[in-house]
Design a protein around this ligand. Structure first.
Ligand code: BMP
Length: 252
């Protein structure tokens, strides 16, 4: 049957990086493939959101460089909650430079991403070497960006194929962001998820969780505004968790 996929258990056997395996373990334990993107500029708002949705998610995605009142007490507290509630912290830094600069951006500056994040995102525009020699801690993984959810992006099939190849060859890469099926040895992360919206007027495109799993072979859905801007993020997160989990089970 066309849409069949391998289970998370089978996928875990193909993923060698410990953080990839850990993410799958969390997903199976909590029955959730939902990653919430907390694109908020205020630490109190992020912590409030996490208190409402922490039980429903396998990962929390951050853009720490948008936070006005970033501090280590915030990050330490968030780290503690992530361990208690069992979810991973993803910093969506989208590194996109040569290896030396990527390395500096990962380890230094105000945010010292490598000191707390479980996963960081990176483009591979600058080539395979750009994501090598980053001195990542052994328990930190990379997610590459092979194809974005926005419309009018510059990614063509050739670029995407090459980005996927670079991802497969780098042992630090646990998976990728793309809008299509990828090799089973990569975890596939799908942003641009919404129950009702198809496009927003700022260039992002959206698909339903069912489409993400049936058509694209997604492993994890990433949901931002649909949850954190909803009237009741707790209930909405549960709706997306449930939809993502059912969509996964339906293609098994
Ligand atoms: P929202 O669901 O509110 O549109 O948020 C999507 C999140 O995913 C944003 O943080 C955005 O930076 C990120 N993202 C995306 O929208 N498309 C991609 O292809 C890759 C992303 O990381």
């Amino acid at each position: 049957i066309q849409n069949k996929r391998i289970s998370y258990e089978e996928k875990k056997e193909k993923i060698f990086h410990p953080i990839g395996k850990k993410l799958i373990d969390i997903t199976l334990k909590k029955k959730t493939n939902l990653i919430v993107s907390a694109d908020l500029i205020d630490t109190k708002k992020i912590l409030k959101l996490v208190s409402l949705i922490g039980d429903r998610i396998c990962g929390l995605k951050l853009h720490v460089d948008i936070i006005n009142d970033f501090s280590y007490s915030f990050i330490n507290y968030l780290k503690k909650i992530s361990i208690e509630k069992k979810f991973l912290l993803l910093e969506d830094r989208k590194l996109c430079d040569v290896s030396t600069t990527n390395c500096l951006q990962l380890h230094y500056g105000i945010h010292k991403i490598s000191s707390w994040a479980d996963i960081v995102t990176a483009h591979v525009l600058a080539g395979s070497m750009s994501i090598q020699n980053l001195n990542l801690p052994s328990n930190m993984g990379l997610i590459t960006i092979s194809e974005m959810s926005s419309y009018g992006g510059l990614y063509d099939d050739n670029y995407i194929r090459k980005a996927l190849n670079i991802s497969l060859k780098n042992p630090k890469v646990i998976g990728t962001v793309a809008q299509r099926k990828v090799d089973d040895r990569l975890l596939l992360f799908t942003p641009g998820i919404h129950f009702y919206e198809k496009k927003n007027n700022l260039g992002n495109r959206y698909i339903h969780p069912v489409q993400a799993f049936e058509k694209n072979g997604s492993d994890f859905i990433i949901v931002g505004k649909a949850i954190f801007q909803s009237e009741n993020p707790k209930i909405t997160a549960e709706e997306y968790r449930n939809a993502g989990w059912k969509a996964y089970e339906n293609v098994l």
